[in-house]
Design a protein around this ligand. Structure first.
Ligand SMILES: [Zn+2]
Length: 333
């Protein structure tokens, strides 16, 4: 591997989740990456302990980056942090996050002071979308909508090449778009949000409801008869193996997601919609009927202009995007 030029500069990125913390570093031009280490968050130990874990992992990745490149600490420009929201980017606060139990926590400054580097804070799903745009499946796009589907459904909007944050940093909460005004209750308190139908736990819940009808299915056997252990991944697995009920749940998920994505096409007219997270495991079984539903619902010029693709960065989109959001906020990109 070529030794980097001494003038090369690097940015560190943190993807803070309720379960895991991922930290990595990249050269400012995005061509080289370092670290990408993952450790458990241990949120129950409290905010101070979590900050300590983040800082330790940053120092480890910083040391590895300097060792691999021969760069000095001056070449480390700063840290981009992606965190569950809602957030106040201006003040660097995590306003509220149920998974971590934090309120008005000054995450950005706590990390920045501990490592002695400037830091920025942005929403984790915004970061994942920016990461896919910078180095992943949405490269080349100018107007990009990102959905990250896992325990919940996060979203991000890139309009005219920049992350769009809205008037108070709430923009991009695409999982809480209402698709049925009298529908299922969502974790956010509203009814009928997309997340209440198409997140991982919601998919498993709909499969359990389908099984209650008594139709034969291989799904109960996959969880030893304990349906509380059913997950979206197991529903996908059963569908791949040809289970009729599981296939119907996947098709219904595709229809619901397709309705949500069609709204986004009509509102934002993106050139790229990128879907990341566990949902991409379902592959064509999900994407083909979803694209068909989008074609049925959205305006044709919007459909014709848009590609709908699975993310390609797997577990590191959040870190790559946290690095990119630091670069954008510091005017380096
Ligand atoms: Zn909601």
């Amino acid at each position: 591997m070529a030794r980097s030029a001494p003038h090369d500069r690097y940015i560190l990125g943190v993807d803070l989740g309720g379960t895991n913390i991922v930290v990595g570093a990249m050269s400012v031009d995005g061509t080289r990456e370092f670290g990408m280490h993952e450790i458990p968050t241990r949120a129950a130990m409290g905010a101070d302990a979590v900050v300590e874990r983040i800082v330790q992992l940053i120092e480890r990745v910083a040391a590895e980056t300097m060792a691999a490149t021969g760069a000095s600490r001056d070449a480390l420009l700063g840290v981009g942090i992606g965190s569950p929201g809602p957030l106040d980017r201006e003040r660097g606060l995590v306003i509220f996050t149920p998974n971590l139990g934090w309120r008005d926590f000054p995450l950005r400054d706590r990390v920045s002071e501990a490592v002695g580097l400037p830091a920025t804070l942005d929403n984790d799903a915004n970061c994942a979308t920016l990461g896919e745009w910078w180095r992943g499946a949405a490269q080349g796009g100018r107007n990009v909508v990102g959905l990250t589907i896992g325990t919940g459904i996060g979203g991000g909007l890139i309009l005219d090449g920049r992350l769009y944050h809205g008037a108070s940093d709430v923009a991009g909460e695409l999982g809480h778009a209402t698709i049925d005004s009298t529908g299922r209750r969502c974790g956010c308190g509203n009814y009928g949000c997309l997340e209440a139908y198409a997140s991982g736990p919601a998919i498993a819940e709909r499969a359990r409801e389908a099984l209650a009808g008594g139709e034969p299915s291989s799904m109960p056997a996959l969880v030893g008869g304990d349906l509380s252990r059913l997950t979206a991944a197991l529903v996908y697995q059963a569908a791949r193996e040809g289970d009729r009920l599981a296939l119907e749940v996947v098709r219904e998920t595709a229809r619901l997601l397709g309705a949500g994505v069609a709204n986004l096409l009509n509102i934002f007219n993106p050139d790229t919609v990128v879907l990341a997270g566990g949902v991409t495991q379902a592959g064509d079984a999900l994407f083909e009927p979803m694209r068909a539903e989008v074609r049925r619902r959205a305006f044709k010029p919007a459909v014709d202009a848009c590609r709908i693709v699975p993310g390609s960065l797997q577990g590191k989109a959040g870190v790559v995007g946290a690095i990119a959001t630091f670069a954008q906020q510091q005017g380096l990109m």
